[in-house]
Design a protein around this ligand. Structure first.
Ligand SMILES: NC(=O)c1ccc[n+]([C@@H]2O[C@H](COP(=O)([O-])OP(=O)(O)OC[C@H]3O[C@@H](n4cnc5c(N)ncnc54)[C@H](O)[C@@H]3O)[C@@H](O)[C@H]2O)c1
Length: 432
């Protein structure tokens, strides 16, 4: 139970109501008058109707919340504590794309009043809050950064789809440009976070901590992916190797897989961009990125090789993919590496069928030109790929395999979650 005192005279506005912003806004609205602002009017109107399409907040919670939803920036005029959670994606050349952060600063600059605090939660490289956001806010508002308004940074660590580690249960790092604003920010978040507040020594330290957390995961997964390729050449199963190595007390529990989404595969490029700006060319971080990005094409080549070795036709092979989202348990299809796998298979003349119980049919068609199907109807497949092990598949997978894969067909278990000993003996099993 959180016993930290709630500060008075705080009027919050959360900018960007996505996977990060909405849970923060709902939590802050329990303690402070809070506006949830998004430029996407459709997002705002569905939230007003109690629907959160990210699945992070239930309809019950949304309806009960005092959070006020707005898409009109003039509604922000009376706020004095802003939390910014807009996307920080990559350009097509894998460079940081600050355009949404910059347009947010422009929009905030028009409503900012002296005494305001602006906390950035969007993931950025070390230095971006003070070197990019501060000047952009000054330019748009005519106010002086550090005098008329204060900058702060608090990285978000939520893990979409994880119902155990919710916002309140994760230690919150806070940082600000001076002691007074640091205490203010620590106080505001302190009222909603049960796990505790960590005061970083500077904004740059907090920014760097966030990108390091995700870069560390990326590198560790890359190591597992590289080892998986080596195991494939040796002719042993990576899952068996991991089981054996995992008996050592200090072995880290990482597994091979496709690294998609907007964090682990993106944040390292923010860090490397900053390093390059400073004349340092990172080697390990970029090597990890290359390995992880190579996995969809590698998997496609392994599947095609198995088809060829079994004497099955490659062109027009009947392939079914279970799961298109970037990871299990979420509806988010953006930057999913399963799409890359689909496209890699297409280069061999294969047009896979795809099913996903969580992804939106319309959005998948619109974003990727992929028509989602009901996998209950699948039969006679040469290859079935369990790409994203959504909870919906955990019980039903053996039935699904038995129903849909033909005799002597191939079952691809990307994340090695199925007990291969329990599979039909005629099937060929492939995993990372
Ligand atoms: N999703 C995660 O797991 C996660 C975890 C930690 C950190 N982050 C970081 O948090 C930030 C937000 O990520 P997300 O996943 O919540 O993004 P998201 O795409 O789910 O949501 C962002 C929202 O911001 C809105 N938006 C865009 N530009 C805007 C503007 N100018 N003004 C107001 N609203 C605007 C969009 O309409 C969207 O609703 C990113 O920097 C991301 O790297 C994400």
């Amino acid at each position: 139970m959180n016993t930290v005192k709630v500060l008075s005279d705080i009027s919050v506005a959360v900018i960007g109501l996505g996977y990060v912003g909405l849970p923060v806004a709902v939590a802050l609205a329990r303690k402070y008058p809070t506006i949830g602002f998004d430029i996407d009017a459709r997002r705002v109107s569905t939230l007003r109707n109690g629907i959160d399409w990210t699945g992070a907040i239930s309809q019950e919670e949304l309806v009960a919340s005092k959070l006020e939803f707005q898409s009109d920036p003039t509604a922000l005029a009376d706020s004095n504590f802003f939390v910014v959670a807009v996307p920080t994606p990559l350009t097509t050349g894998n460079r940081p794309d600050f355009s949404m952060l910059e347009s947010t600063c422009k929009l905030l600059g028009a409503v900012l009043k002296p005494g305001a605090t602006i906390v950035f939660e969007s993931t950025v490289f070390p230095g971006a809050t003070e070197e990019i956001c501060g000047p952009a806010l000054e330019k748009a508002s005519g106010l002086k950064c550090g005098v008329d308004f204060k900058l702060a940074y608090s990285p978000e660590r939520i893990n979409p789809g994880d119902k155990e580690r919710q916002l309140e249960a994760i230690i919150k790092i806070v940082s600000a440009q001076d002691e007074e604003s640091l205490e203010l920010v620590a106080g505001v978040y302190g009222a909603i976070i049960d796990a505790g507040i960590y005061r970083a020594s500077s904004i740059k330290v907090a920014e760097a901590a966030k990108v390091l957390e995700n870069t560390q995961r990326d590198i560790n997964i890359a190591l597992m992916n590289e080892m998986s390729k080596i195991c494939g050449l040796i002719g042993i199963r990576m899952a068996d190797v991991l089981k054996a190595a995992g008996t050592k007390w200090n072995f880290l529990q990482f597994t091979p897989g496709l690294v998609g989404g907007h964090c682990i595969g993106v944040d390292p490029y923010y860090l490397t961009a900053k390093a390059e700006q400073l004349g340092y060319h990172p080697e390990v971080i970029l090597a990890g990125r290359r390995i992880n990005d190579s996995m969809p094409a590698y998997l496609a080549s392994q599947i095609v090789l198995k088809l060829a070795v079994q004497g099955m036709p490659i062109r027009d092979a009947r392939v079914g993919i279970l799961g298109i989202t970037y990871k299990e348990g979420v509806p988010d299809i953006r930057n999913s590496k399963v799409v890359d796998l689909y496209e890699a298979l297409a280069t061999y003349g294969i047009k896979p069928r795809v099913a996903d119980p969580r992804a939106d049919v319309e959005e998948t068609r619109h974003e990727h030109g992929i028509e989602l199907e009901d996998c209950a109807d699948w039969s006679g497949l040469d290859v079935l790929i369990l790409a994203v092990p959504h909870p919906e598949y955990s019980e039903a997978i053996q039935d699904q395999i038995n129903r849909s894969v033909r005799d002597g067909g191939i079952f691809v278990d990307i994340k090695s979650i199925v007990n291969s000993n329990a599979l039909r003996s005629d099937l060929i099993y492939l995993s990372l």
